[in-house]
Write a protein that binds this ligand. Structure first.
Ligand code: GLN
Length: 549
């Protein structure tokens, strides 16, 4: 049965609980243990699928098609363990399940209450797959004291009591603010936050204290004394240059040892951190730099493209270059034709996924610029669709080419050519999936892992080193195969297709050094220790370009 580590936060939000959880997962793996990480989010949305990327950052999609919090991306990038639907839950999901059960009469007429019905549902979620791994790390979103979070805190308290002694521990992240005037780190907010936890029956075993300054021994002792935690279990978390230093940094501060001590695991297996030393070396000793433009819509909030930024970093690590990302707002050239002044000087251009019309004309111009100037281009999902529209309009002579997502006859575009259309049914494995008119906004997309077959001898087959792949999807619209012939005639190859040959998965320009559009999200599967082939290839192409210019 798994040992459980519950990770909570206090004092302020955004302390890096997700990163600490992911790094701890990696450290436990380095000591030979198997792990799974889970996220419990107190908000009332049923899942983050319908939340704006401006507000909540990117939606991370799992192989089994769940739309989850971006922290699951961190978990995967650090542990390599593919997250599942059952690794992410929100208050909204819990309540909707409880209410569904109530309507079905499952509770046999009982009065439905937060305790025990909601808390039981949370405990059931925690227990899924508990026999599969050595450690289950469960992060509670938000900070202790948040109203929405209370049922989760109550559930983990109960859960730890239901289990045998020593099966669950609590790790709490806090902040030690620094008062410049007196030159001191203040421990009071941490003390208050621990009191708050204790008032709901949870005594933390480990405190991870974020601090911009070294924590003096005497402050550590004070925290230990006032918060009822062993001194060795007060772990410092300092700011890092790169998130990928986190496993080594937490190890140096004794986090994994403190966890094993808290579980009484002795002797502790020695860690093999060679992977993380290699990652560290690649990040800190690049041999050059490439400049990549990301032409997108949500450029004010970098978290909206979190996995893409990380995957580019991984591609850089594979090629021993630093990837300097510049965010270019696609809307700036919706209205201006001066694309060159925004895109000249970049060694590669990436157009990421997105929804809605805003910025799409700009993305089409970016694809055109990359094609015409032979700049490496990676189009992801919407970025592929825009590259196809660009090819149709400017090369194949279909001047009214567009997408059903934003071009409608009602908008006066009478004769428009829907090269990207709204897919109504498709095949997943052996099943047919249908999308009906009036379906909810949530969950109506082609979501999760789908296979694709790559064309022998294509660029993309060379990049992957294979012709059979599976990648994660999240979209409603597809490139219409009906236009394949016209587009291939002018040089745009459909080099990846769904196994039934109906859905274009990848397009590429055959006479371009590196121009690839993919209908899926390769960034979701990239890891620092296993950079995704497309990002490795894309950054390599950027590196070659940087030598040319
Ligand atoms: N909006 C497009 C679609 O739904 C692309 C989605 C995406 O880029 N993830 O097909």
């Amino acid at each position: 049965m798994a040992r459980y580590i519950f990770i909570t936060g206090g004092v302020v939000s955004s302390l890096g609980k997700g990163l600490a959880s992911a790094a701890l997962g990696a450290l436990l793996q380095a000591r030979g243990f198997s792990v799974r990480l889970r996220k419990l989010d107190p908000y009332l949305n049923v899942d983050p699928g319908t939340m704006s990327p401006f507000e909540h950052g990117e939606v991370f999609v799992t192989d089994d098609g769940a739309e989850t919090d971006l922290d699951l991306g961190h978990y995967e990038r650090f542990t390599g363990v593919s997250a599942r639907k059952t690794d992410s839950v929100s208050s909204g999901r819990i309540y909707s399940t409880v209410l569904e059960k109530e309507r079905r009469g499952d509770y046999l007429g009982k009065t439905i209450q937060v305790i025990p019905h909601v808390t039981n549902e949370i405990k059931d979620f925690l227990a899924v797959g508990e026999d599969e791994v050595d450690f289950m790390l469960c992060e509670i979103g938000g900070t202790v004291g948040d109203i929405e979070g209370l049922p989760f805190f109550e559930a983990i308290r109960q859960f730890s009591h239901d289990k045998p002694r020593g099966q669950c521990i609590f790790m709490h992240l806090t902040l030690l603010p620094y008062l410049a005037a007196s030159g001191e780190l203040k421990t009071k907010p941490t003390q208050h936050s621990v009191k708050e936890l204790q008032s709901i029956g949870i005594a933390p075993d480990i405190l991870v204290c974020r601090s911009e300054h070294p924590i003096p021994e005497k402050e550590r002792e004070k925290i230990a004394l006032f918060c009822n935690v062993r001194k060795e279990s007060v772990v410092a978390a300092y700011d890092l240059k790169s998130i990928y230093e986190a496993p080594l940094a937490y190890h140096a501060q004794g986090l994994d040892q403190a966890v094993l001590d808290a579980f009484d695991i002795s002797p502790a297996p020695r860690p093999d951190l060679s992977v993380w030393h290699d990652v560290y070396d690649r990040i800190h000793n690049p041999e050059g730099e490439v400049k990549v433009a990301i032409v997108g819509k949500y450029t004010q909030l970098e978290d909206a493209y979190k996995s893409i930024a990380e995957a580019l970093t991984h591609g850089g690590m594979a090629n021993r270059v630093r990837v300097k990302i510049e965010w270019v707002d696609a809307e700036v050239f919706d209205t201006s034709d001066d694309v060159a002044s925004h895109l000249a000087g970049f060694h590669a251009i990436l157009v990421p996924g997105g929804f809605g019309e805003r910025g799409t004309e700009g993305k089409i111009k970016a694809a055109q610029y990359a094609r015409e100037h032979k700049v490496p281009y990676l189009g992801i999902c919407l970025g592929m669709q825009m590259a196809v529209i660009e090819a149709a309009r400017n090369v194949a002579g279909l001047s009214t080419a567009g997408s059903e997502e934003f071009d409608h006859e009602s908008k006066g575009k009478k004769r428009f050519e829907p090269v990207v259309y709204h897919l109504k049914e498709w095949v997943q494995g052996n099943h047919k999936v249908e999308r009906k008119v009036g379906d909810d906004k949530g969950g109506t997309m082609r979501l999760g892992a789908y296979d694709a077959t790559l064309k022998d001898g294509s660029k993309v087959a060379e990049v992957y080193g294979t012709t059979k792949i599976d990648e994660r999807h999240r979209h409603r619209y597809e490139v219409d195969i009906a236009y394949r012939e016209q587009l291939e005639k002018v040089g745009m190859t459909f080099s990846g297709m769904s196994p039934d040959g109906k859905l274009p998965e990848i397009v590429e320009w055959s006479d371009h050094p590196w121009f690839i559009g993919v209908q899926f999200h390769p960034e979701l599967k990239s890891k620092p220790f296993q950079p995704h082939p497309l990002f490795k290839g894309f950054v390599k192409a950027a590196k070659d370009m940087s030598r040319l210019v």
